[in-house]
Structure formats: structure tokens, C-alpha cells
Design a protein around this ligand. Sequence first.
Ligand SMILES: NC(=O)c1ccc[n+]([C@@H]2O[C@H](COP(=O)([O-])OP(=O)(O)OC[C@H]3O[C@@H](n4cnc5c(N)ncnc54)[C@H](OP(=O)(O)O)[C@@H]3O)[C@@H](O)[C@H]2O)c1
Length: 345
Amino acid sequence: MQMRQMMKAIGFKKHLPIDEEESLIEFETFKPVAKGHDLLVKVKAVSVNPVDVGVRKSGHGTLREPKIIGWDAVGIVESVGENVSLFKKGELVFYAGSFKRSGSNSEYQLVDERIVGHAPQKLTTAQAAAMPLTSLTAWEALFEQLEINPNDKKNNNEKTILIINGAGGVGSIATQLASWAGLKVIASASRPETIEWVTKLGADKVVNHRLDLVHEVRKLGYEYVDYILELNDLDGHWNEMAELIKPSGKIASITENKRPVNLRKLTKKRATFAWEWMYTKSFYQTPDMITQHEILDKISSLLDQEIIKTTLNKAFTPINDLNLKEAHKIVESNHMIGKVVVSDE
Ligand SMILES: NC(=O)c1ccc[n+]([C@@H]2O[C@H](COP(=O)([O-])OP(=O)(O)OC[C@H]3O[C@@H](n4cnc5c(N)ncnc54)[C@H](OP(=O)(O)O)[C@@H]3O)[C@@H](O)[C@H]2O)c1
């Protein structure tokens, strides 16, 4: 009988503050085997998202086995399952992965080929690792949930979108994609660094989300906006959005409310409100799950053509518990600009 191979991984058994030694620990576990639609990927670079912090922190007690988190990776396909048709061994891929499965903070990871893209050729692995989760979120929110057609530039030129939190991970790619689609982009940012960052990414106007957004937007000469993409604090911005949305306009949010959302505020305007959750397709194994493969391939091509650029802003090397802790600390601050990545090269 063949001995099962081992691999290194990083995870947690206790939900501890990041400064505590055991908040993230290195350990050894079995190297998984690819079956069905799965790719086994040798991970080269990962990014840290607010979801990593949320899952690490929430919960009580001690887990029996360490939990491996991490939702963003770039790596090389090491082997493929018997049903795989989109990729072959040796290819460089990037993906965000599934909420239900073991994460990317490990030497090797299994991922379903239908949610994986070919990594951009012209970027470093760190630059590419910044992109998958936030790009999928921004793409699905803009072009699926807000139903903006990215190819109808002429129509989009007439339309305005307010992106609340333009400089964070998702906002940094959403601003670029909305601008590429031809929309007039009003992005929110509250500090000189974030204002400069969103302007470089293509925002036409910048408003301050620490001030009254209704006043901020109206000061620019807009009574209403056609679309709103909410990327930080739905509760805090709900009333402003209800006031600013144009009659028949559309709002999408990626953040959870902590108190009931008063949808009644949208009734007279017959405005649409839609959620975006990047994991929905893989979580429920929806028939259109493969669209995440298509979106990532499209993002890869836009990056290689330099139509959009990486949102990488901070990088640590190599992948280990200490560097992942540093990355978690930055994301926890809620002042992230672009993305933070931990990579082996
Ligand atoms: N549903 C999904 O599929 C999905 C996917 C990805 C992320 N998310 C969630 O979406 C949120 C954003 O993710 P992210 O990765 O873009 O976050 P991030 O990079 O951590 O966002 C940091 C940015 O938030 C801005 N900010 C802080 N407070 C704000 C406020 N009250 N209003 C507006 N902006 C504020 C900060 O700007 P200033 O410093 O200039 O104030 C900072 O640049 C997180 O809650 C995350 O969990 C959901």
C-alpha cells in the first residue's frame, strides 16, 4: 500500500485575536488527491480578504482539527481529476475557491475547475493573487446583479454609478470595471491616499463616505444616480442610498446588514435592491457555476491587455504564519487600500 503524502498548512484551532501566538499556526496534514472536476493546485501566492478575518474571529471553543482558511490563490496545476476538461497539469491558474472547502493557506489545494481561471501571463504571481475574489464579486455585482451590459458603452456613457468604498479590495476593481464599461463613476474615499488611489483607477469624481453622502453627491450636481454599489456598511449607508437612487434605479450590496433593511424606502421609486455573494454559485452548485471560470478568464485577458491593472498594494514573502498574521492585521484595520498578498516568490 502507498503511504499518503503530507503537506504544510496554516490554520487555527481557536478564534483568537491576531496578536496571540496561536491565532494562526503552521502544521502538517495529508496532501489531498484530485478526483472528478477537481484540480490539485500547488499554491504560490494567496491574498487575505475580510472573510478570512471574519471566519478566523467568529466562533467559540477549540476545534478538533485546525481549520485552513484563505480565499484567493495563484498556483500551478499539479494533477487533475478524471472529469477535468478545462485545464491540464503544469498550467498557472488563479481562483477564489469555495466557502465550504479547505482554503488556500496550504501547500496544495483542491478546487473545482469550473470556478478557476487561467492566470494572467504578464503579471507576477503576487499581482495575480490580488485579483480573483474581488474581481468575481465586482463583476457579478455590476454585470449580473445590477444588470449593466459591459458591451453597451454608448448607453452606459449616459449613466452614473456611485461606488461606496472605492479604494478597498472590491472597490479598486469595481471602479476599474465600471469605468471600462463606460459608466460615469463616483467613488467614495475618505483620506488623501484613498482619494488619490481611486482617481488613478478611473473614478471621475470622489465623495467622502465619512460625510453625508447625499450632500456630497448633490454638491457635484447630481440629484440622483442610476446605480449604487455598496461595499462597506450597508446599515450606515442605507438611508443615503434610498435618497440618492434614481427612480427605477438599481442598488447592489455585498455587505451584510445587522439590523432590518427598510425596503419600503425604495417603494415609490420602484428601485431594485440586489445582494451579491461571490460564493453563491459554488455553495449551491448552481448550473451557471462555470460562469466564474469565464469571468476569471475574462479578467485575466483584461489584465494582460492592460485594460485593467492589478490592485496589489502590499506584499509579504514567503507564505508562513507570521506573514499571514501581518496581512490579517492590515485587513482588520478596515483601512485597506487595494489588496494585500502573501507569496512564495
Ligand atoms: N458578498 C461578497 O461576495 C463579498 C466579497 C468580498 C467582500 N465582501 C465584504 O465587503 C466588504 C468590503 O470588502 P473589501 O475587501 O473591499 O474591504 P476592504 O478592502 O477591507 O475595505 C477597506 C476600505 O473600506 C473603506 N471604509 C471604511 N469604512 C467605510 C465606511 N463606513 N463606508 C465606506 N467605506 C468605508 C476604507 O476607506 P477609508 O479608509 O478611505 O475610509 C478602506 O479603504 C467587507 O465587509 C467584506 O467582508 C463581500
